[in-house]
Design a protein around this ligand. Sequence first.
Ligand SMILES: *Cc1c(COP(=O)(O)O)cnc(C)c1O
Length: 822
Amino acid sequence: MKFDKELFKGTVLNNIKTLYRRTLEEATEQQIFQAVSYAIKDVVVDNWMATQKEYEKKDPKIVYYMSMEFLMGRALGNNLINLRAYKEVAEALDELGVDLNLVEDQEPDPALGNGGLGRLAACFLDSLATLNYAAYGCGIRYRYGMFRQEIRDGYQVEVPDNWLADGYPFELRRPEYAKEVKFGGWVSSYVDENGRTIFKQEGYQSVQAVPYDMPIVGYGNGIVNTLRIWDAQPVECFSLDSFDKGDYQKAVEQENLARNIVEVLYPNDNHYAGKELRLKQQYFFISASVQEAVDKYMRTHTDLHKFHEKVAFQLNDTHPTVAVAELMRVLMDDHDLSWDEAWEITCKTCAYTNHTIMSEALEKWPIELFSRLLPRIYQIVEEINRRFVLRIQQMYPGNQEKIRKMAIIYDGQVKMAHLAIVGGHSVNGVARLHTEILEKQELRDFYEMMPEKFNNKTNGITQRRFLLHANPLLADWVTDHVGDEWITDLPALSRLRIYADDEKAQQEFMNIKYQNKVRLAKYIREHNGIEVDPRSIFDVQVKRLHEYKRQLMNILHIMYLYNELKDHPDMDFYPRTFIFGAKAAAGYRNAKLTIKLINSVADVINNDPVVDGRIKVVFIENYRVSNAEWIFAAADVSEQISTASKEASGTGNMKFMLNGALTLGTMDGANVEIVEEVGKKNAFIFGLSAEQVIQYENYGGYNPMDIFNNDQDIRRVLMQLINGTYSPQDPELFRPLYNSLLNTQDTAKADTYFILADFKSYAEAQRRVEAAYKDEKNWAKSALLNVACAGKFSSDRTIEEYERDIWHQEKVILPSKPELSK
Ligand SMILES: *Cc1c(COP(=O)(O)O)cnc(C)c1O
């Protein structure tokens, strides 16, 4: 592709002039970032228009990926990568005396997501564009994204993330596609002259949904798709001269509704909080997205009965499930279709992805709230439920139990997962083990009634961000050895297998890993003021803080190792740097206390002369996509230690593998498939199986007290939680964590995540890690094999499976080669 370096440099300088009336020398780094971004956006928009024009011409089926979260990470570097212009732009900027890395560092992370679920949505958009499929991401333009985490005195402090403060160059406001979304009021009905019942929502409040579009650049194919996120504005419904008191009141209320609705992203991962505003957010972006999908279809088609041939809605978890009822409403109330017609189209359009089996994540809205906020939608859900219950009764006559377990509305609650399963044609889990558990356990009744809907789609990640951008040294090394096909065909990495035994390749790999560790060590020095040794083992657990992910087990094991070192200061011990990164939901007490524990243990161990730097513990502040990229590249050991059966898939595990870290993990989620690909010899597996955990759970748990009483190492570590070893000022500080493991009142509530049950097995696996690392050649071989076997875990593979089984889109190939610049 052509890249006119001089033209690009001129555009950057001109942007600085016209945007800021400054010269390059006078401009701030933020201003340079903006100027560079606008220069790139200029190119992207040309491709964007060409893509949309071709879509209009070819009229392909369109996928709408509906998600409350898109954890995009920074756009500038990724756009340059996918335009295949990264190196040229870096060079051009270098000639201007500007460092592209520093420019990239000025961009705020658009952190419109919590963790894995939101990042999956972002990886899917990258793959859809790269694979030439027409797609929209549909979401919310939160004014404040995921909070910024600061660590003060070892505690997490949440700071608002005002990501729009300087203006975001890669978004485009599209007021021409604004939609009205209605809340509250009541539904009146009357029979029209044709004998049809007409429903009308009255006395409602409404907000104006205004879309902002972000370009999603495909890799090297000229395709640019759209992430459409909705902002809320008050509707202008009254003229100043004619309002009475009631109108004024209403206007103020509507303004407040609009102000509040997109204000913040709820910071809960895998946890349902049941807040009214959250349901408002869900209906807000779904109503706007569904209305626009139907409007767009009707601009170029006449027959709504074929809607599903041109449109697919993929529901990312139950959060967007209200789309089922909203599509019914639009088809019936706005387009006069009958119930049966609308139902057939809706079922053929919608598909649901399940992301967790954990009961605390299940969305169940109280009828009172749901029907008050969405009166028309509630009527439709009631009718869907009435008809579904009839089907259950036909299939299982007299079986009340089936109705209790499967009804959409039961016991005063609307169950969103049940609505999603009944109102769509596909239900998928996100890793093989997870889908099996759905079929055999959590959704067993639904699976028995409609097995044809169930399928598995093991998650994936985009190698464009998580290797090509995140780890340029390794990316170049891979390309030098096996060519660059892996960028769009990750299984091509398997050609690296022949280098696994090659000593030169092993050394080169270890050297690249070392340089990435130096890069991360510098980041840690600058951000934490902690000195870490890049020759030590980098043992990393980065992910949301959650009890099921068991960061607590990791830090308890570090406390155990420290005890060993104190008892035997001269023991053989390979230096290890334990790295954590995790945000905890603002209201999650044990999660936040675990962060404090990690930092307290770090303070003691990092400063103990007996340890002498052999153990370092680092908590990286504000874990997010941008620093994640550096962390994965530098990791030796990937901690994937969730209680088996609880982590539906995990995607962090895949990013580590792709960067040549060895997995230390349980047989949970996609770890099972990672081990299947790379071989048990090249991973460290431990702990109870999912089947064993589920067995215990079904028979009333287990008794951790037996372990506490019989294992002196574990007992000692647990006692250190409550004797002030790590909190001399307040020995009781960590009592809640101790109690979570050994709740003496109610054994069924003790250690529900099986930390003590798995502890010894984990410690033993950690000893295998140490022994393995001492054999550097073998370690390098295993690490190289991890890279070579990561091919399955590209989101490109996942998307092609969604295509094959659910969406059935045709690819759109652009007629002319994309231009890098005009
Ligand atoms: C990949 C990713 C996650 C998900 O990690 P898991 O280990 O799968 O929970 C969360 N946050 C960020 C920033 C990520 O990049």
